[in-house]
Ligand binder design. Sequence first.
Ligand code: HGY
Ligand code: MN
Ligand code: MN
Length: 429
Amino acid sequence: MMKAQSNLPVDGARLWADLMALAEITEPGKPYTRRSFSALFLEGRAWLTRRFEEAGLTVRLDAGGNLIGRLEGSDPSAGTIMMGSHSDTVPSGGRFDGIAGVLTALEALRSLRESGKVLKHAVEVVDFLAEEPSEHGLSCIGSRAMAGALAPEMLDYRDGVGERLGDAIDRVGGKVANLEQALRQDVAAFFELHIEQGIVLESRGIDLGIVTAIVGIARVEIRFEGRADHAGTTPMDLRRDAGAAAARTIAFAADRAKELAAAGRGHFVATAGVVELAPNASNVVPGQARIVFDIRGEDQALVHEFMAELDEATAAIAEAGGVARNAWNILSDAKPTACDPRLRELLTQSARDLGFSTLSMASGAGHDAAFVARFAPSAMVFVPCRDGRSHAPEEWAEPDAIAAGAAAIYEAVLRFDAGAEQTQRDREN
Ligand code: HGY
Ligand code: MN
Ligand code: MN
């Protein structure tokens, strides 16, 4: 268990109060749910805006719909140190996934301002829009926009009620007509705190994780078209059962992914998190089936090998089942991302000098840092979460652990700023 530290440079109690207050803004009876683009999400954004303003930050929304709080530095040529994560949740998710990263960044900035220290760099806290897969089927929407990776065709993805993603971004304050304004050339470093969403740190009694790499994530949508028929009168050998094709596909993927996960080629996982049948009635042979796979790996070649096998298997399953595979859509295919070695070292040293143990580890979860890393050196610090549970209301992290992570980021920001000065002096000598 983390040993509580009293002399941290951040206010852990204030940070915890923020976390619990934002957790209150959730769908009643379905904790904790604050889906991107929803009215509740906007209520959470309004709360964050007030907290950013109370902390003395200048606040804006960029063209990608990202909420940004900023504290200017003493040297405009030094650029910006950015921190942040996301405030949206999965359905019935947790109170810490993403939210801890936004609020620890806010706490670090508040503490920095209250300390009277003025950094050379400007410092920002960012709440990235829609990190979780939105109802349109896309994740990391705001950080993709900032990285110039929000492709025009993605803006036409529609949600369950037919709203275009581009219209949704505009509706929450972005401006897709001027997406290029979201691009950043000024970010010198990015730090993201996140709960681990796994069990490694807690099970090994380590205080903080320093992330080496973030897995690449591909999402594939598959549709089968059979024929809806009476479930009682249609002979088995005449059925064109789209549901049976989906079931065979999911079983194939689960077995094959388990084999590849043990192949010694780094972290590898795959799951069918979305399975829809139509007309979805117990006494009707399913005429349609829709599956969305989430496939992740540290080794992108392995992800692509698995996708090729899945493509082949589903074509054979469709053929054998007398159904058509009428959609094979690669919704997204983000490559694995290495975290910046220098920032990792800064985080590790900062954590250790504050008295915390650290472990270098990969991230099986995707994060906004994976897109920020396309335009700025990026690093992540993980905080243990109880039983490794996440994406569930049971998600929990200890107040002291969150405060430790905030302190490590605070310290790493100071050292980066000072280090830049040192590097500057080295360059000049
Ligand atoms: O799915 C993920 O890895 C992240 O929580 N969006
Ligand atoms: Mn998540
Ligand atoms: Mn997250």
